[in-house]
Write a protein that binds this ligand. Structure first.
Ligand code: FAD
Length: 413
């Protein structure tokens, strides 16, 4: 497995061995045949969450089945399926997911495991669409958990600590169309004074900034075509863009989904990036902190004060809103949150040196770091009221601690 890296190339997996099982029996034998196992999806995490000393198992060879149940309004996907492929199949059949992350390239199981999210005041993160999961536990046994079952809320955002998810069932809804419009130059004073109105103005709202600039450079609005538009020709004083834009200066606009108000299927608008091109910058590191919504304006002011120090490291920041949920390790557990996301240049040491200053201002406000991105400190017991219940669940499904890698030990003990 040496020399294998994550997608961004900033983390080299330490695992001694690598396997890509083609079926469940082979997977079960691999799990029980090793004392230290982890699973990787599409490798889009930026830290050591997926790493292990011994055996790293890729889900790429596992079933990629996608089965729609129209009566139940659900879709069941295999453990290796990526959102991009799922979105195409659902759209063709007239169905939709409630939301997507910025990129469609990520695996469903891997995204759900880390509470990956898009934006939207009423949109929970992607894990909130999970209705059921089937996993192979640390004992190699197949276990199914459905919404309403005891422990289900702990088993969805599970940071890979319970076993390998081989099947996920998601809620679906009738397909819908979306149009995207971008607006440049949103005043910081407007963001502070009218934060709730701004984020409530469309199905999904993202603000992009470099912090140390006179205005928020871009507001990225996604409106459902089946709902009345609440956005006019300008956006709280920001001016409509008349040509497509990438959120990172200098990057190719072919990589982003269609803008300029052209309506299209949810599957081609809810993500910022197109499946067939590289998302974001490629050479990068990401961090993100999910701050309770009530402290959003305070958090933004605090990070803005750090702006000049962050400027040389930063490619872009994205601000998004996520609805509260009841998943124990979700970064939106129990509270609506606003995500303060940072796409850094790929300089591991410099990014590590910058993070404590951000955490010093955001953690006292109740922020939680994104599980799949880079952070410095983590006091999970203080951040997650159900942490002890999650630990008990992990002990139950993985009593020998095969899946408890260094990251999970730091997080849950
Ligand atoms: C360019 C880019 C853009 C991004 N945009 C967003 C965004 O818009 N919103 C956001 O919230 N995040 C975003 N992320 C972060 C990303 O969504 C998460 O890191 C996500 O976990 C990646 O999924 P993956 O399949 O690549 O997981 P991996 O990195 O492969 O694994 C992540 C975790 O999931 C576990 N896992 C994977 N598969 C399984 C399985 N079958 N069973 C059990 N556990 C499993 C792994 O063990 C590991 O703990 C972005 C990342 C990149 C690189």
């Amino acid at each position: 497995m040496h020399e294998q890296t994550n997608w961004a190339g900033n983390h080299h997996y330490d695992a001694a061995r690598f396997a890509e099982p083609g079926g469940i029996d082979e997977l079960a034998a691999l799990i029980t045949g090793s004392s230290a196992v982890r699973v990787i999806g599409s490798r889009h995490s930026f830290n050591d969450i997926a790493d292990t000393d011994d055996l790293l198992i890729s889900t790429a060879g596992l079933a990629t089945s996608i089965e729609i149940d129209t009566e139940a309004r659900s879709v069941t996907v295999g453990g290796g399926v990526r959102y991009g492929d799922l979105a195409v199949v659902l759209q063709q059949a007239g169905w939709a997911l409630h939301n997507l992350a910025s990129l469609p390239h990520i695996s469903v199981a891997g995204a759900v495991a880390t509470a990956t999210h898009g934006s939207g005041d009423r949109n929970g993160n992607l894990a909130t669409a999970v209705r059921g999961i089937r996993l192979l536990t640390g004992a190699g046994e197949s276990v199914e958990l459905h919404r309403g079952d005891p422990g289900f809320e702990g088993a969805v955002v599970a940071i890979g600590a319970l076993g390998v998810v081989v099947e996920v069932t998601l809620d679906i809804e009738p397909a819908f169309a979306v149009r995207q419009r971008l607006f440049g130059g949103l005043g910081w004073d407007v963001v502070a004074d009218r934060f709730d109105e701004i984020f409530a103005s469309a199905y999904s709202v993202s603000l992009f900034t470099l912090w140390d600039e006179p205005t928020v450079s871009l507001a990225w609005i996604k409106e459902r075509v089946d709902a009345p538009s609440r956005v006019g020709e300008d956006f709280f004083g920001a001016v409509a863009e008349v040509a497509p834009r990438h959120m990172i200066a200098g990057m190719d606009v072919r990589n982003v989904t269609e803008q300029l108000g052209v309506a299209g299927p949810w599957s081609e608008r809810l993500a910022h990036f197109r499946s067939e091109f590289t998302p974001s910058a490629g050479a990068e590191i990401q961090s993100e902190y999910l701050v309770p919504r009530v402290h959003a304006v305070e958090a933004i002011a605090a990070v803005r004060a750090l702006g000049p120090r962050l400027r040389d490291l930063l490619q872009i920041t994205e601000l998004r809103s996520v609805a509260a949920d009841d998943l124990w390790l979700s970064t939106a557990y129990g509270t609506d949150v606003v995500g303060l996301h940072f796409t850094w240049v790929r300089d591991t040491e410099a990014v590590a040196a910058a993070l404590p200053a951000i955490e010093d201002v955001l953690y006292p406000l109740g922020a939680r770091p994104h599980w799949g991105k880079v952070f410095a400190g983590l006091d999970a017991a203080a951040m997650y009221p159900r942490l002890a219940d999650f630990r008990a669940l992990a002990d139950r499904y993985d009593p020998e601690g095969r899946f408890r890698n260094a990251f999970v030990r730091r997080a849950i003990g």
